[in-house]
Ligand binder design. Structure first.
Ligand code: NAD
Length: 424
């Protein structure tokens, strides 16, 4: 086995500060003036709503909801809604800013936003979730809209919540507006290709980076953390392109197979096992943290934030990290990876396949038309490949990591458009 004893990895950084530390480096390299710097770093709007919702027991509980619009310089703001007990302003603020940079780096005409409700969706009934979602949408309907701010699913929300948002928003404005939200069920104007979009983008980023590093996919070994939407699609698509996926993991633990885990079997097992890999026998059971330190060519963190930190970064052996998750690498680990010569394709580029196909969903809704999955895939692959090449060339030009280069590309774009649009 190619792994060593893992280091503990609990080293949580403030996500907003983590985002800002990269922003600051890129802003300095770009020579961004003070005024533009202040405009770009400050969220446009931060809204807090208190939502009284009647629970099934008859008791009324007040839930705290947020929507933060970080930027609408490039277009209507775009970003998910998160349902989680740990939702807090700093996290939502960082995620909203990440959406701005993500849309800018892949060159789609959206700004960035994020929303959240402090709640525990796992302990709530369908009826309670529906009332909560409708209350949130009603409270924010003057902010939302296909030309102003377009939500999408995030942690704890999915297509059912998006259907409720679309319906409640449509009631508020008195007409059906399916472009008001993305990530809807297919029958309600969702896009073909959306389910696999983020994993597919991870696959495109991985292959693009491997080409630059001259790693042959048919000789490459890969470990993937997280086997949900992003991780399992990335595993399947990378396996199809010839990579050996030697380890996968989810909340139940990690599973290592030197000859390669059979991904189709793993997906089948998970689907028949209440969504988890618990008890999967297609690989030797190892600890979750060990997966990050395996002797592989490619590592794809696709589960949580802050898993690669200054505590374990030194032990990473992969030559390439492709960030399927949002914020899996702490800012303090960045330099360690750079010093070790590890290429990291940053989250704002690597997992942008999801927002790309959300953009296509919005376009199709506005056209009143449906694209085939071939058209969706072809166009999103092109967007992501072009974005990768642009970031790669910027990294070479400024002699910086792909992460800083992605921020440079994004900030430069938003700053240029801001200067054209002007202010008061
Ligand atoms: P998901 O809920 O479908 O899957 C998460 C997976 O992570 C599950 O398999 C879960 O068991 C696993 N997990 C949880 N804790 C873990 C742990 N300690 N160790 C290993 N695995 C663990 O979520 P998802 O949609 O796949 O999102 C994963 C990440 O990708 C998140 O950071 C999310 O913000 C980001 N992301 C998702 C999308 C998207 O379109 N779904 C788009 C961009 C970014």
């Amino acid at each position: 086995m190619g792994y060593i004893e893992p280091a503990p990895i609990k080293d949580k950084e403030n996500p907003f500060e983590s985002m800002m530390s990269r922003f600051n480096i890129a802003a300095e390299i770009l020579g961004l003036d003070d005024q533009t710097y202040n405009v770009l770093k400050s969220p446009v709007k931060q809204i807090i709503v208190n939502l009284p919702v009647t629970l099934d027991s008859g008791r009324v509980e007040v839930f705290e909801g947020h929507r933060i619009i970080h930027s609408n310089i490039l277009g209507p703001s775009k970003g998910g809604i998160r349902y989680d007990p740990n939702v807090n302003i700093d996290e939502i603020k960082a995620l909203a800013a990440w959406m701005t940079w993500k849309c800018a780096v892949i060159d789609i005409p959206f700004g960035g936003a994020k929303g959240g409700i402090k709640c525990n969706p796992r302990e709530m009934s369908q009826g309670e979730l529906e009332r909560l979602t409708r209350a949130y949408t009603q409270a924010l309907h003057s902010v939302l809209g296909p030309d102003s701010d377009i939500p999408a699913p995030d942690m704890g929300t999915g297509q059912q919540e998006m259907a409720w948002v679309m319906d409640e928003y449509s009631r508020a404005v008195g007409m059906t507006v399916n472009a008001a939200v993305t990530g809807k069920p297919l029958v309600l104007g969702g896009s073909l290709g959306r389910a696999e979009a983020t994993g597919r983008g991870v696959m495109i980023s991985t292959l693009s980076a491997m080409e630059k590093l001259r790693i042959n996919p048919f000789q490459a070994r890969c470990a993937i953390q997280g086997f949900g939407n992003v991780g399992s699609w990335a595993s399947e698509l990378l396996e199809e392109r010839g990579l050996t996926i030697c380890a996968i993991s989810d909340i139940s633990g990690a599973y290592y197979n030197d000859k390669g885990v059979d991904i189709k079997k793993a997906i089948e097992y998970r689907n028949g096992n209440k969504g988890t890999l618990e008890g999967f026998n297609g690989g030797e059971r190892i600890e979750n943290d060990e997966l990050l330190l395996l002797d592989v060519d490619v590592l794809v963190p696709a589960a949580l934030e802050d898993v690669i930190t200054k505590k374990n970064a030194d032990g990473i052996k992969a030559k390439l990290i492709v960030e399927g998750a949002n914020g899996p690498t702490s800012a303090k680990a960045d330099n360690i990876l750079v010093d070790k010569g590890i290429m990291a394709v940053p989250d704002i580029l690597a997992n942008a396949g999801g927002v790309t196909v959300s953009y296509f969903e919005w376009i199709q809704n506005r056209l009143g038309y449906k694209w085939t999955s071939e058209r969706v895939n072809r166009r999103s692959d092109r967007i992501l490949k072009d974005a990768f090449n642009n970031v790669y060339n910027t990294a070479i030009l400024h002699n910086v990591s792909l992460r800083i280069a992605a921020y440079i590309v994004a900030i430069d774009k938003v700053a240029k458009i801001y200067k054209f649009r002007g202010g008061y």
